[in-house]
Design a protein around this ligand. Structure first.
Ligand code: IMP
Ligand code: MG
Length: 176
């Protein structure tokens, strides 16, 4: 696996520092909300590791809901125009924290967020670990962003290429 990674973009130590501070910011933003009214909705599979780390920096009593989204088909590094979404969890009257790995075209997060808003949650905020410096990504409403990165295909810390490299502990760029 390691030999396929061209270079490390964000090392595990920097990721873990940033995840901790995101957790603190999110906790602060929800401090006036009654416990048991918060739903963390994590978009699988890319946010698998991110959300597992992030939720351990959220000390309040929250429910965790997983849903699936697929925007790449097979061996592609170009995002699909029409992401396939799994069933959305019921978030009526809840305060929602929507968590995904990365904003690229922004279609996945936009569609999920709009779908959740239709269920009339009390509030909604989004958190992504990475956002590509693209107009499409930068124009999507997102309250918490780990890192802004250049427009290149990254893997590791949950992000995959064709299903592989999710278990790589740093975020890196794969060799062409
Ligand atoms: P969007 O709908 O184009 O914003 O795509 C978002 C989804 O595509 C993310 O949730 C990721 O799963 C995947 N994705 C986008 N860019 C990358 C990347 O650079 N590496 C791996 N997966 C990516
Ligand atoms: Mg994803």
């Amino acid at each position: 696996m390691k030999q396929d990674i061209d270079r490390i973009l964000i090392a595990r130590g920097a990721i873990s520092d940033r995840v901790r501070s995101l957790g603190e910011d999110i906790t602060k933003s929800l401090e006036d909300v009654e416990e048991q009214q918060i739903a963390l909705v994590a978009v699988m599979t890319g946010s698998l590791i991110f959300v597992a780390d992030l939720m351990r920096h959220l000390p309040m009593k929250i429910q965790i809901q997983l849903m699936s989204a697929t925007s790449y088909i097979g061996k592609s590094t170009k995002t699909n125009n029409d992401p396939m979404l799994g069933k959305l969890p019921d978030v009526k009257d809840l305060h929602v924290l929507l968590v995904d790995d990365i904003l690229d075209s922004g279609k996945t997060l936009t569609r999920i967020r709009n779908g959740l808003i239709e269920m009339e949650p009390k509030s909604i905020q989004s958190c992504v670990l990475l956002r590509k410096k693209l107009d499409s990504a930068m124009s999507v409403p997102c309250e918490h962003i780990g890192f802004d990165i250049e427009d290149e295909f990254v893997v590791g810390y949950g992000l995959d290429y064709d299903g592989y490299y999710r278990n790589f502990p740093d975020i890196g760029v794969i060799s062409p």
